[in-house]
Design a binder for this molecule. Structure first.
Ligand code: ATP
Length: 331
């Protein structure tokens, strides 16, 4: 039996993670879920958006399936997501974006895997006011973190028989910080002569992605560009409802959908569970349950391809529950 931490999260989090749990159970995998709170729900119950008990559970179980958690903009507590990544040193965020047959999108053959550095950059939120009317933020880039994410991207490219790694940056303007990121990735690239390497400035990358995303393969980015470009990539394959990710470090892996808490549709029963289910598929592979993972993946893709029992965001009329049941019926 496996033990996995389950963080239902806020907003539509409980709706989509419970769909994933139901499907994993229907596939016959023996998992004991350890349910833990994080985000708004944890703040309300324990006065802490990231209780130590939640961190300890992931440290112990090594794997977690997580729903989105609320972060207040401008005020309130610091992002629990950022704090979680730092506490567990989940230094890489890996996001696959592959066209799904049956999901409307402008492109047919998108197959990008994006590696986002997860621990530094402007995303750390080190900011302060300078007087009353000026604010300053600090961007931190280190060789160690940059080489670590680059090594992971290149090793993945070799393992998965990918052809090319693209480093995205703005080193023409941020010569020291992004310059260091680029030179670190370049140094790692030299150790992988069989993988083609290119670098591209982030604005140019965005234009090329929306015009011809099929030219990209594996991409490696610092934290903030990674955050922005990954939402762009989610749009390329049909939206946030189907985009998944994993936060991974040396000691643990946290699987979560890219989308947020979707406050506009909470409680309506129409949230697309696909991203959360695909996260569960990736989690099952990580814990060695490959057969169940394949079975679920096949059933999800079949239901989406047929298009009869899918949620509104991907062109159907089904509720979360109806789509979940259709997937279970196809296992
Ligand atoms: P947060 O502040 O938590 O990031 P948000 O509303 O800014 O919330 P998302 O939650 O990612 O950002 O939502 C963006 C849009 O995508 C919303 O209109 C939302 O309803 C939609 N959306 C996100 N996830 C899903 C989903 N799983 N199924 C259907 N629609 C979704």
């Amino acid at each position: 039996m496996h033990k996995v931490t389950l963080i239902p999260g806020d907003g539509i989090g409980p709706e989509v993670t419970s769909a994933a749990v139901k499907i994993v159970e229907a596939a016959g995998v023996d998992i004991q879920w350890e349910t833990k709170l994080m985000g708004q729900s944890a703040l309300e119950k324990f006065g802490d958006p990231l209780p130590k008990d939640t961190i300890r559970s992931i440290e112990y179980n090594k794997a977690a399936l997580k729903g989105p958690v609320a972060t207040q903009i401008g005020t309130g507590f610091r992002s629990a997501n950022v704090a979680l990544r730092q506490s567990l040193n989940l230094y890489a965020n890996i996001r696959p974006f592959k066209t799904i047959e049956g999901v409307k999108s402008k492109f047919e053959n998108v197959d990008i895997v994006l590696f986002r550095e997860n621990t530094e950059d402007l995303y750390l939120g080190i900011e302060h006011m300078v007087g009353k009317d000026a604010a300053e933020g600090i961007k931190i880039i280190t060789r160690e973190a940059s080489e670590r994410i680059a090594s992971m991207a290149f090793s993945y490219a070799v393992r998965e028989k990918r052809k090319k790694v693209t480093c995205v940056h703005k080193a023409n303007i941020m010569k020291l910080t992004d310059g260091l990121f680029l030179s670190s990735v370049r140094d790692v690239a030299k150790k992988f002569p069989d993988i083609e390497f290119e670098d591209i400035i982030v604005d140019n990358a965005c234009m090329k992605l929306v015009m011809n995303p099929e030219q990209f393969d594996v991409m490696v980015l610092p934290n903030l560009y990674g955050d922005i470009v990954s939402d762009l990539c989610a749009g390329l394959i049909g939206g946030l409802g189907v985009a998944q990710s994993v936060n991974i470090g040396a000691e643990a892996a946290v699987f979560e959908a890219i989308h947020g808490t979707a406050p506009d549709i909470v409680g309506k029963g129409i949230a697309d569970p696909t991203a959360s289910i695909l996260c569960a598929v990736a989690m099952l592979k990580e814990i060695g349950e490959n057969a169940a993972a394949e079975k679920i993946n096949y059933a999800v893709l079949k239901v989406i391809r047929e298009g009869k029992h899918v949620t509104v965001d991907i062109g159907g009329h089904a509720t979360t529950e109806e789509m979940t049941q259709a997937i279970i019926d196809n296992l």
